[in-house]
Write a new protein. Structure first.
Length: 87
């Protein structure tokens, strides 16, 4: 990482996605569906998200971003749906 100021923080990404999705609630008052909508909107913007036969397909970076945003910004959601995997 060259300069941390050059990167957008996760909370700012969520704020921008909430505006785009017309969600005005604070994070801790969002429903599960609203959280899913925001996380999906962010993942749709990654370079490895593509369309295949009319279906949106998330690549590894998109999935990593979804998990990272869930963990950092919506930890109760991450825990509720057991999104971590231990091997």
């Amino acid at each position: 990482m060259e300069n941390k100021a050059e990167y957008t923080h996760p909370d700012e990404l969520v704020k921008q996605a909430k505006v785009a999705c017309h969600i005005i609630k604070p994070n801790d008052q969002m429903t599960d569906d609203e959280i899913r909508t925001v996380i999906r909107a962010l993942a749709e913007c990654t370079h490895d998200t593509t369309w295949v036969d009319g279906q949106l397909v998330f690549g590894k970076n998109a999935i990593d971003l979804m998990l990272f945003i869930a963990l950092t910004e919506f930890p109760w959601f991450y825990e509720k749906y057991e999104l971590s995997q231990f091997h």
